[in-house]
Ligand binder design. Structure first.
Ligand code: NBG
Length: 779
C-alpha cells in the first residue's frame, strides 16, 4: 500500500481511535490534510535561493484548499481510490467551508497567481491578513440579502502552521500588538515548488492584565486583547465612520509593516546593514492601494531603524515596489484624511510628508512649478488629503493595469498626468486564471476530453488549447463537447436544488451572471432585459424562443443599499416569472445564495452564455469572463475590460457584442438624458416602470423608487443613469435574443463555445505571472 493512504489510515487511528469507516468528515479532513502536509514538508522547508517576489494583498480568496492541494500533489486519485474502497464519497469535503478571505476578482486573482507561480517554479510568496472571519455568508429572506458571520475556521485550519517564533511587534500611536504569522504552503502542480502564503494574525502583547482584574476592572483587564484581535477580525470592516476608517488603516499598516519587518530581518542575516542589494533580493507587488502604506513604512524602517539616508531609502523603495491598479472607480482609489492618518500612524505620516516634498522637488526639476500644474500630483493635497494611488505611482518603478483597455484608460485619463512624466513606468498585464482549478479540478469531464484530443500539456501550458482548432469542423467532436456541457448542466441543477431548493431544467439554456453586485456591472440591465423578454413572450412580440434559465450569483456590500435593492428586484422578477404558467416552460430566473469560489466551480462549467455587460470603460478586466470562456460559454458582452481581448482570441463571430464603446460614451456623456430614451421607447418604459407601478413589492423600503430615481433623475452626487443602462438597453435585448435564437442550431452554437475554449490559452494566470516575473520583478 502506498505511503499517503497508509498515513491517512494511521493518523485516523491515532487521533480518533477510529477506522476510516467510522470516521466523520472532520476526522477525515484532518487526517487527509495532515498526511498531505507530510509530503509537502521537505520541499517547503528547502531554502530558496535567488530573488523572491512578494505579493502584498489585503485579500486572498483561496477557496477550498483540500482538493486543489491534493491535485497538485498528485494525490487526488489515491484519495479517490482509498475512499472508494471504503464506500466514502470524495465529495464529503464539500462541507468544508471556503477560506473566503477576499471579496471578488482581486482576491481570487491573488490566489490564481500564487498557484501559477508555484507551478512554474517562480518564488512568489503572498502576504496578507489572517482574518478571523471571512467575507460574510449571504442568505435571502423574502428576497432581501441578509448577512451572517463566515466562520471559515470552524473545521479548523489544518493547512496552515503558526510560526510563533517569527512574530513581530507592530506599533500604532496608542497601541502595540503582535503580528503572528500563519503559513500555508502554496503547492505548485507536480509539487516541485512549494511557496508560502503568510497571513498575519493580531494578538495582544499582554493578553490579560491580572492586576486590573484583581482590582475588579474586568473590562479593562481584557481590553488590550479585544483591541488587538479587532485588527484581524474581519475583512472590510464597515468604514462609514471614522472609527471604522481607522480600523481599516490599522489593518493595512498591520500586515504591511509586519511583512516588511520580516523581510528586512531575513535580509539582514545575509547582508547586515548594507541595503544596496535589497531590490536584488526582493520585489514587492502592491495589489491595489490597500497595501500602499507599506512604502512610507519601508522608508521609515530603513531610515529610523537602519540608519539609511532618506534619499537612498526612497531609491531602494522605488526599485523594490511595483503597483497594480485594479479599478478606475474613484471610491476605490483610497484617500486618507491626513488628520485621521496622523492620529493612527504619526511616525509614518512624517515620511509621507517627506515623500511629498521629494515629489515637489522632482516636479520642479521637470519644469512643473506652478501650483496649478502640480495639483494633480500632490500626494498630500491642499485639503490635507493623502492620495494613496499617487503615492504608489511616485514611489514605485512600475504601474500596471489588468487588461489592455484598462491600462489605456489609466494612461489617458485616470493617471494621465503621471503618464506624461513617467511614460516608461506604465505597463499592461492582462489578468488570467489558473486552469488547474478552473478546468482540471472543476470540469474533469471536459479535461478528459481535452486530454484525449490534444494531450495533457494544457494543464501547464494553456496555449496548447489552440490545437483544438483542427477539430472545429468535426461534428462528432463538437457533439461530444456539447454532451459534456449537458452533463455539467445536470450536475449544477442537482447542486442548486440541494443548495437553494430550486429546480432547474438542464434542457434550458443557462445564461449566467456571477460577480459582485455593483451598479457598473449592470445586473439591473440584465434584470430589465429579462422583463423585456417576459413582456415580449406575453404579448406575442416574441414568437420563437428557446427556454432559458437566467442565473445570478453575487454579494452586495452590506452597506450598499442600491445594490441590495437590485438583488430584491431580481427576486421579485423571479417570483413573478417562475410562477406564471404562461411562461414557466420558457423562462426561469434564479439567484443562487452565498456565491463563492466553490459555487463558482460548479457554475462555470455549466454556462452556455456568459454575461459580461458592464458599462464600457468601467470593468478593469473581469476574470469570470475568462473562467466561463475557458469552459466553453459564449460571451454576451460589451467591449470592456478583458472582453475586448477575449473577442480577439475567440472571434467576434463566436460571441455576442453589443452596446456603446468607451469613445461613444465619452462623446455623449455630458448631454446624455436618459429621460428622452425613456419617453420615446415603449419597451424601455415598460421595464423601468415596473420599479414603481406596483407590479413588484420592495417591502415598503422605498428601494425600488430610489432605483427608479437614480435612473431618471440622478442625485446631487450622481448623474441620472450614470452607467448608461437605458442607453444600452435595446442593443442588449436584441443581441441577447439573437444569442438565445441561435441556440436552435445546437451544433453551430456548441461550435462557438468550442472555439471559445480553443481560444482561451492567453487567459492563463501562468502567462500573467510570467509577465510580472520577467517584466516587473526582474526574475
Ligand atoms: C477588480 C476589478 C475586476 C478585475 C479584478 C482583478 C477590485 C478593486 N478590482 O475587473 O473590478 O478583474 O479586480 O484584477 O476588486
Amino acid at each position: 500500500m502506498n505511503k499517503f493512504k497508509n498515513d491517512v489510515i494511521t493518523l485516523l487511528e491515532l487521533e480518533s481511535g477510529k477506522t476510516i469507516h467510522q470516521a466523520d468528515v472532520l476526522e477525515l479532513y484532518h487526517a487527509v490534510s495532515k498526511a498531505a502536509m507530510k509530503q509537502v514538508k521537505s520541499k517547503w522547508e528547502a531554502p530558496d535561493a535567488g530573488k523572491k517576489a512578494c505579493y502584498f494583498s489585503a485579500e486572498f480568496l483561496t477557496g477550498r484548499l483540500i482538493y486543489s492541494n491534493l491535485q497538485n500533489l498528485g494525490l487526488l486519485n489515491q484519495l479517490s481510490e482509498l475512499f472508494h474502497e471504503n464506500n466514502i464519497d470524495v465529495a464529503v469535503f464539500e462541507e468544508i467551508e471556503d477560506a473566503a478571505l477576499g471579496n471578488g476578482g482581486l482576491g481570487r486573482l491573488a490566489a490564481c497567481f500564487l498557484d501559477s507561480a508555484a507551478t512554474q517554479g517562480i518564488a512568489l510568496n503572498g502576504y496578507g491578513i489572517r482574518y478571523r472571519y471571512g467575507l460574510f455568508r449571504q442568505y435571502f429572506e423574502n428576497g432581501f440579502q441578509k448577512e451572517t458571520v463566515d466562520d471559515w475556521q470552524q473545521f479548523g485550519d489544518p493547512w496552515s502552521q503558526c510560526r510563533e517564533e517569527d512574530k513581530v511587534e507592530v506599533r500604532f500611536k496608542n497601541q502595540t500588538v503582535y503580528a503572528v504569522p500563519y503559513d500555508t504552503p502554496v503547492i505548485g502542480y507536480g509539487a516541485n515548488t512549494v511557496n508560502t502564503l503568510r497571513l498575519w494574525q493580531a494578538e495582544p502583547v499582554v493578553p490579560f492584565h491580572f492586576q486590573l482584574f484583581n482590582d475588579q476592572k474586568f473590562e479593562l483587564a481584557v481590553r488590550e486583547k479585544d483591541d488587538a484581535e479587532a485588527i484581524s477580525s474581519v475583512l472590510y470592516p464597515n468604514d462609514t465612520t471614522d472609527k471604522g476608517k481607522k480600523l481599516r488603516l490599522k489593518q493595512q499598516y498591520f500586515f504591511t509593516s509586519a511583512s516588511l519587518q520580516d523581510l528586512i530581518r531575513t535580509y539582514k542575516k545575509r547582508y547586515g546593514n548594507d541595503f544596496t542589494h535589497f531590490s536584488g533580493e526582493y520585489a514587492i507587488q502592491l495589489n491595489d492601494t490597500h497595501p500602499v502604506v507599506s512604502i512610507p513604512e519601508f522608508i521609515r524602517l530603513l531610515v529610523s531603524g537602519e540608519g539609511v539616508s532618506f534619499g537612498k531609502a526612497l531609491k531602494i523603495a522605488r526599485q523594490t515596489f511595483a503597483y497594480t491598479n485594479h479599478t478606475i472607480m474613484a471610491e476605490a482609489l483610497e484617500k486618507w484624511d491626513a488628520k485621521l492618518f496622523r492620529s493612527v500612524l504619526p511616525n509614518v505620516y512624517r515620511y509621507v510628508v517627506m515623500i511629498n516634498k521629494a515629489l515637489l522637488k522632482e516636479l520642479s526639476g521637470m519644469g512643473i512649478t506652478t501650483e496649478k500644474a502640480q495639483k494633480p500630483y500632490l500626494i498630500i493635497d491642499e485639503n490635507s488629503v493623502i492620495h494613496m494611488a499617487r503615492l504608489a505611482v511616485f514611489a514605485t518603478h512600475s504601474v500596471n493595469g489588468v487588461a489592455e483597455i484598462h491600462t489605456e484608460i489609466l494612461k489617458n485619463s485616470v493617471l494621465k498626468e503621471w503618464y506624461q512624466i513617467y511614460p516608461k513606468r506604465f505597463n499592461n498585464k492582462t489578468n488570467g486564471v489558473t486552469q488547474r482549478r478552473w478546468m482540471a479540478l472543476s470540469n474533469m469531464e471536459l479535461s478528459g476530453f481535452l486530454t484525449d484530443r490534444i494531450g495533457s500539456g494544457w494543464v501547464t501550458d494553456l496555449e496548447k488549447l489552440k490545437n483544438l482548432e483542427r477539430y472545429k469542423d468535426d461534428d462528432n467532436v463538437i457533439r461530444q463537447f456539447a454532451q459534456i456541457k449537458q452533463i455539467k448542466k445536470q450536475q449544477l441543477s442537482d447542486y442548486i436544488e440541494k443548495h437553494d431548493g430550486i429546480r432547474l431544467n438542464p434542457e434550458f439554456i443557462f445564461d449566467v451572471q456571477v460577480k459582485r453586485l455593483h451598479e457598473y456591472k449592470r445586473q439591473l440591465l440584465n434584470a430589465f432585459s429579462i422583463l423585456d423578454l417576459y413582456f415580449g413572450l406575453k404579448d406575442g412580440r416574441i414568437q420563437h424562443f428557446n427556454p432559458t434559465a437566467f442565473l445570478f450569483g453575487g454579494k452586495a456590500a452590506p452597506g450598499y443599499l442600491r445594490a441590495k435593492g437590485i438583488i430584491k428586484f431580481i427576486h421579485e422578477i423571479a417570483n413573478k416569472i417562475n410562477n406564471d404558467p404562461d411562461v414557466s416552460h420558457l423562462m426561469k430566473v434564479v439567484f443562487v445564495s452565498n456565491y463563492n469560489v466553490s459555487y463558482a466551480e460548479k457554475i462555470m462549467p455549466a454556462a452556455d452564455i456568459s454575461e459580461q455587460i458592464s458599462t464600457a470603460g468601467t470593468e478593469a478586466s473581469g476574470t469570470s469572463n475568462m473562467k466561463l470562456m475557458l469552459n466553453g460559454a459564449v460571451t454576451l458582452g460589451t467591449l470592456d475590460g478583458a472582453n475586448v481581448e477575449i473577442i480577439r482570441q475567440a472571434g467576434e463571430e463566436n460571441n455576442y457584442i453589443f452596446g456603446a464603446r468607451v469613445e461613444e460614451l465619452e462623446k455623449i456623456a455630458d448631454s446624455y438624458n436618459p429621460r428622452t430614451i425613456y419617453e420615446q421607447n415603449e419597451r424601455v418604459r415598460a421595464a423601468v416602470d415596473t420599479l414603481v407601478n406596483g407590479m413588484f413589492d420592495d417591502g415598503g423600503t422605498g428601494m425600488f423608487r430610489e432605483l427608479y430615481h437614480s435612473l431618471l433623475d440622478g442625485a446631487s452626487w450622481h448623474k441620472p443613469d450614470h452607467y448608461f443602462v437605458l442607453y444600452d438597453f435595446l442593443s442588449y435585448c436584441d443581441t441577447r435574443l439573437r444569442a438565445i435564437s441561435d441556440y436552435s442550431d445546437r451544433l453551430a452554437f456548441s461550435r462557438k463555445g468550442f472555439l471559445n475554449t480553443a481560444g482561451a490559452g492567453k487567459f492563463s494566470s501562468d502567462r500573467a505571472v510570467r509577465e510580472y516575473a520577467i517584466q516587473i520583478w526582474g526574475m
